[in-house]
Design a protein around this ligand. Structure first.
Ligand SMILES: C[S@@+](CC[C@H](N)C(=O)[O-])C[C@H]1O[C@@H](n2cnc3c(N)ncnc32)[C@H](O)[C@@H]1O
Length: 462
């Protein structure tokens, strides 16, 4: 079928007017039909514009995905929710399109980043940064910090990257940034994100020769992007919640659209990726580790128990999505396949099947290829993804807190998964030779996971 809605190469402004024009000139086609006209791979599209470029964030989605759903399914003044908002992609796009937004994430770095990316700063605020840099430079030269002033790093290999001198420079930056907090909270948050991006740059390049230089360059880049963003963004209500997607602090039936990409099972630990950033920003990564959905660090001995836990967590999150959505409104969930012990986990299929028990109608599933050369690609393990589009047709009968309800549905999903593995073991061997004995052993582990469902679906840390 000919694609009538296609995103052009270039910035978001082009992209917005292009889709607007196309939608307007095709008023006779419904938003659902329009979904078929979009080339979801966005191969040549610019994905890093305006404040999206502030800070890297693993497995973020490209802005074109929330943008398309927001444009097709909402109008100006509506409220969009992303319960796993990460670095705030959905929120930035909502603001650019004059929609209100709510972002929720358990990772405190994620909500801080989302806030900074959607908060405009004036030139009077940005201008203060020059004198702060000079102050930092003078303090670094003075070099009067003691070792006891420095934070203790975790016992991980990455810690060896940070020499005492580097730690002192970072501590000076942190101390000077802190002096801004009482007087200008938004500027303080902005500087914290520049510090966090500096730490990421050191870790990614394994080089911290000129930390102040990295910090200053980052701020120059952010200042330019901020000025551009300010020109383009609209004044909208943006609410950020540092909370759990399994129990949202949001009123029932208050949201017009959800666009989100939840964590993938067994793919990546956000707490691990952001441990050093969180440490410098004074955030508690252990609390996040316990509550992180899908995290590698859970159930090391039997990963299929992690699958059962993940399905329970995602079911709770989907029930909460259903609760906060207005009747008849849509929800788009972006997720990729992953694998556990050579078995393919097709999360989207589980989401579709669980959705029918909790008041959603499955509208369609969109398949898209991921650009493997982009940072968006996670760990080399995930190479395509699915957008599951659901519509709320009624309230869920079971609550997110109802453990029996959750356990019953997870049991069905795990039994279906077991039958699939029994029929076709090793669906994700990816060219590796795996013995039949080893694959057969997976069934024993799946049985153990099934047996422990009631225990494993409980929310940890309660
Ligand atoms: C795939 S990322 C979302 C990326 C986001 N779409 C973006 O563009 O940045 C999944 C997010 O889920 C968050 N997360 C994990 N467990 C959570 C929980 N229990 N409640 C809320 N958020 C959680 C992670 O911190 C991560 O930011």
């Amino acid at each position: 079928m000919e694609s009538i809605i296609e995103f052009k190469k270039g910035g978001q402004a082009d992209l917005g007017s292009y889709i607007d024009k196309k939608i307007k000139s095709n008023m006779n086609i419904s938003p659902i039909q329009s979904l078929d006209k979009i080339k979801w791979d966005f191969k040549d599209s610019q994905t890093q514009y305006l404040t999206h470029k502030y800070h890297s964030y693993p497995a973020r989605f490209i802005p074109q995905i929330p943008r398309a759903f927001i444009q097709l399914f909402t109008k100006e003044g509506d409220t969009i929710l992303d319960p796993f908002c990460g670095c705030g992609t959905t929120l930035v796009e909502s603001t650019l399109l004059k929609r209100h937004s709510i972002g929720n994430d358990f990772n405190p770095l994620a909500t801080l980043l989302s806030k900074v990316k959607t908060t405009s700063l004036s030139d009077q605020q940005l201008i203060k940064i020059d004198s702060l840099i000079k102050l930092i430079e003078a303090r670094i030269k003075k070099n009067n910090l003691k070792e006891s002033d420095l934070p203790e790093l975790p016992s991980r290999n990455i810690s060896k990257l940070f020499s005492k001198e580097m730690l002192k420079e970072l501590q000076v930056i942190k101390n000077i940034v802190k002096t801004v907090e009482a007087e200008d909270k938004n500027l303080h948050n902005y500087l914290l994100i520049a510090l966090s991006a500096t730490i990421r740059a050191i870790i990614e390049s394994e080089n911290g020769d000129n930390i102040l230089g990295i910090f200053e360059r980052k701020l120059n880049q952010m200042n330019n992007l901020m000025r551009e963003y300010r020109e383009t963004a609209h004044k909208t209500d943006i609410k950020l919640i540092n909370g759990d997607a399994r129990k949202l602090d949001i009123s029932s039936e208050s949201v017009d659209l959800i666009v989100t990409s939840p964590p993938y099972v067994n793919a990546l630990d956000y707490y691990r990726v952001h441990m050093y950033n969180m440490l410098w920003l004074g955030m508690d990564y252990n609390e996040f580790k316990i509550n992180e959905i899908g995290g590698h660090s859970h159930f090391l001995a039997n990963r299929f128990r992690l699958l059962a836990e993940y399905l329970g967590d995602m079911l709770r999150a989907m029930i909460e999505m259903n609760r906060v959505l207005k009747d008849g409104k849509y929800c788009a969930i972006v997720v990729g396949n992953s694998s556990i012990d050579y078995e393919m986990i097709e999360s989207y299929k589980h989401f579709i099947s669980m959705a029918k028990y909790i008041g959603f109608e499955h509208i369609k599933t969109i398949f898209r290829n991921i650009n493997k050369s982009s940072k968006y690609f996670v760990n080399g393990k995930i190479d395509d993804e699915y957008i599951v589009v659901l519509r709320k047709i009624k309230n869920s009968e079971g609550l997110a807190s109802d453990e029996d309800f959750i356990a019953k549905i997870v049991l069905k999903e795990m039994q279906n998964f077991r039958s699939k593995v029994e029929k076709k073991p090793g669906s994700s061997t990816r060219g590796k030779e795996v013995s039949a004995k080893r694959l057969k052993y997976n069934l024993v582990k799946i049985d153990e996971a099934i047996e422990k469902i009631n225990k494993d679906i409980k929310i940890k840390g309660n």
